[in-house]
Design a protein around this ligand. Sequence first.
Ligand SMILES: [Zn+2]
Length: 381
Amino acid sequence: MSNRDEFSEDTKRKVALRANQHCSFRDCSQPTSGPSDESPEAVNVTGEAAHIHAAASGLGARRYLASMSREERTHITNAIWLCATHAKLIDRDEVKYTADVLRDMKAEHEAKCDERHRNALSAGEVVSDLIAIGPDIVFVGEFLGVENEVWSFHLRNFVDGDVHALITFAERYEQTGTIDLYVLVNELGDGRVLRGKPSVTKETTGGYTVRCPVFPSAGRIRAADLPKSLALSDSHDLMVQGGNLATVSGLDALPQQVKTGLSHQRGESPLHRDFGTRFAEYYNLLAGSSWLDRYLKLEVIRQAAIPYTDPTNNQQYTPLLCVERVFGVEILASAPTENWLPIRVDLDVKGVGRWQHNLSVCIPSEPIRGCKPNPNTVDIL
Ligand SMILES: [Zn+2]
């Protein structure tokens, strides 16, 4: 077994994504991936996630830091995305390419990618957005249309997973838990539960066409009918009114319904292991890059559109209860304050219409530990 502290596949993909699949070396910016003609599954990846501090000690190890833990060495902060030429170059000269020099290059390149992306968005250019099929497959593409309850997409590149993962997902469709059978589309701000296996066809012009049979939109309640729950103050604490814990319901409960729904981390509750978002996971991988907003939006769509089945009473509801569509999610601070990250949500709410609101969501610094309080008061009668 290798004693090198290698990056996980997930970390490699995310570091490539943050670099927009281009070499991070100053003034290089060479593209590092593209479709391949060798087989429908092949993608030419010429880039690599290079270690800033070497993966193992020994001859040829560059910038090795014995004091680092395995976890630190394999963390995304120790990776820089480079073309093959520059990955070799930085491992030949650790005097010129110190850890600080590499970290500066990485930060500079990521900032440039981010700016380019934001400019394209504000100029109204068509920017392909993220589409997720189940929890492990995310790709960049466009919605093509719907016919006979089948949603079609053009897939440009995979961000998470690959064509093989998509085929495997289709093959294992019957064995997959219903909680993971969904499609989420940022461009539409909406998602659906899958009604059948997705199919994938390679296009001669590049990319793939993906077709997903879907169920009709899940039922939502009107905001005015939101159930009673414990009221939370701006500082995220329970409130006392006349000696009792204060409660809110209906429209007054909407801001905190969205806030608590989005602050619950998946895996946090032993009784409801599948309930909650992946905000903390995504934040830890993508903080500081414009991809984070897009990943968080996918998660808000999932909470808005994909029903959760409560295992304790078998009742089914969408976690955000009354949200019908997600127009946007914007992060308002560069980092959370005491685990709370301010965001702006732009939603379509049943019985209200378009609703924009600033709120804070919990991003625990240690994943799956949660923030207090966690009233977890989703109860539907
Ligand atoms: Zn390069």
